[in-house]
Structure formats: C-alpha cells, structure tokens
Design a protein around this ligand. Structure first.
Ligand code: CO
Length: 190
C-alpha cells in the first residue's frame, strides 16, 4: 500500500515520535509499505511521521545516490527506536530535500559522523558508527522523529527567502508527483 505523504505545515510533522515494541501490529507490512511509498516518490529515506504515524521508525535506501556517491551502494536499512548517541567530526554542507517539502533543496550543515543505537526489522540491536552520506541521511530521517525538518537548519535569511514556497506547499500548491496530505488545502493566502 502506498501512503500519502504529509506535507510541510502539518502539525503532526512537529510532534516527537514514541518508541514501539515487538507487539506493534503488522510492523513488517508497515515497513514494506513505507519502502513502497518511498520508492514511488523517488526518496532515499522516509520516516513514519511523514505517513502520519508518530512512531520511532524510518527506512533508508540510498542506492539512487550511488552513481554520484559510491558509498551509498547497498545502504538499505530499517531503523526502529533509533537513538543518536553522539554526533562528531567536521561539519559539512549537503544539498538536502524532503518528500514532505517538494521542490525545495537547501544546503544543510551537519556533523560528519554519528554513533547510533537502533533495532532492525528482526529486533536485533545495533550500536554503530556511520559517516559521510550515510550519517547525513540518518540525521535527516532522525530529525523527523524529533519533529525537526531540514529547513529548521538553514539561515534565517534563506528561510525568509523560501517562506512563500513553504506556505504554498502547505496549501497544496506543489508539483509533487505523489499523493500528499496538505494541512492548509483551500485556505486563502493572507
Ligand atoms: Co525528510
């Protein structure tokens, strides 16, 4: 099943997500559906809040980046109840986008390395170090669990410059080629 993706401006994208346990109903199906939804919209990561579920779950498949960034090959992983323990290393800029904010890409500065603990789809515990593009995608998706979006990390000036576009997205004025849930559909711009 392909879920519609929650668009910028929706209050549910701003909530802090909660952990799940092994009794969470139909988790395997949900994970399959999240991958399907992500592939359908040509994303490399999708967090549960983006499909209106406030749980600590995200999926990543970085293979579409592999032409330009070889280290993304075969980086496909489910992250359950993830917890970033430490972020370190030099900060670096990468031009980020987000399925919830279609048509906007901005350079975001983040630390180059993370230590993260999480469970995989088989409820195996992991404690791992990631760096480069892998860390970057994880940091972006992890932010969604905390109610944070990549546009929160850009300069106030850049944010002012894209404000109108963000309002448009929340009202459904976007060319996204996938189904979305718009918080302010039909609302007049004031
Ligand atoms: Co995103």
């Amino acid at each position: 099943m392909i879920f519609p993706i929650v668009a910028f401006g929706h209050p549910n994208l701003r909530k802090k997500s909660v952990e799940i346990d092994q009794n969470y109903p139909n988790l395997d199906q949900l994970i399959d559906d999240m991958y399907q939804t992500m592939y359908e919209s040509n994303g490399v990561g999708l967090a549960a809040p983006q499909i209106n579920k406030q749980i600590r779950l995200f999926v990543i498949d970085a293979n579409p980046f592999s032409d330009e960034i070889p280290e993304s090959i075969d980086f496909k992983q489910v992250f359950i109840n993830a917890k970033i323990i430490e972020e370190k290393g030099d900060k670096w800029d990468f031009n980020e986008g987000c399925l919830s904010i279609p048509g906007i890409n901005e350079d975001v500065s983040r630390s180059s390395q993370i230590q993260i603990q999480y469970y995989d789809q088989n409820w195996q515990f992991h404690d791992e170090i990631y760096d480069g593009i892998k860390a970057r995608i994880i940091q972006h998706e992890y932010d969604h669990l905390e109610g944070v979006l990549f546009v929160d990390h850009i300069s106030p000036l850049r944010k002012t410059m894209i404000k109108g576009k963000l309002v448009d997205i929340s009202r459904g004025k976007t060319k996204a080629e996938y189904r979305m849930i718009f918080p302010n559909l039909n609302k007049k711009r004031i």
